[in-house]
Design a protein around this ligand. Sequence first.
Ligand code: SF4
Length: 291
Amino acid sequence: MAHPKRRLPGNADGDFYVDGSCIDCDTCRWLAPETFFRTAGQSAVRNQPQSPESRHRALLAVTACPTASIGTLSPAPEMPAIRAEFPVPVADEVYYCGYHSPKSYGAASYFIRRPEGNVLIDSPRQSETLAARLLALGGVRWLFLTHGDDVADHAFWRDRFACDRIIHEGDVTRSTRTAERILKGADDVELAPDLRIIPVPGHTKGSCALLYRNRFLFTGDHLAFSERRGHLYAFRDACWHSWPELTESMEKLRGHPFEWVLPGHGRRFHSDAETMRGQLEACIRWMRGPG
Ligand code: SF4
């Protein structure tokens, strides 16, 4: 739990604060950008929430934070209701789960509600509150693991929902070798008519993306949006397998239409399909260049 004695000096005076346990995962900054900012390699409170909406977003960040690094000096009576708010809608039947795990360095996870079976994309941290909410939404049929870094509490979710865990063999470790479905090869896999698995090796050997309804692309750590660059990009400094393969995998995405990029790390992006194609081309040009 955050402790006021470890309050970082960069925090604005007032109720909300970030303490020294922050791992700089970026979650609070995109969830509540009017409240949190980056300074000295960690997050801190730039402005105390000034409106009910800002306070609500800041409290969502308290729940989402993987390391419980955000605190309030006075108790927040809304917290039980805020904790039960996740997963929160993104668009249509797609939800963002919150409850980031330190085991995945605070990666985001998502949930798709569909009549043919719900999908959890990457593992949130273990939470009975979140599990109850997912159960109320129909449970989990598949736990799709985009890559080996973001498996976190996969065994908990498997036990809770008897869901099939899916991961590519290139990223299987001792922890995930009991996964119910282990993918092989470089070809796309049609999990269902509306769900396509696209192997995108590069960030890791077994990285895969999941495309839902030709609209939502869940990218793990393959692809995200950079606000600084103003276009989609990949993590050149956090490429654990092969940058040339990652670039080829990015080119492979040209064959798929999508309107949403929903990453594990980095910022999400939404546009019409044509703008997205331009964004993807900008990313590929950047990847082919000096960086
Ligand atoms: S969510 Fe928590 S760990 Fe992540 S940047 Fe914010 S305070 Fe730090």
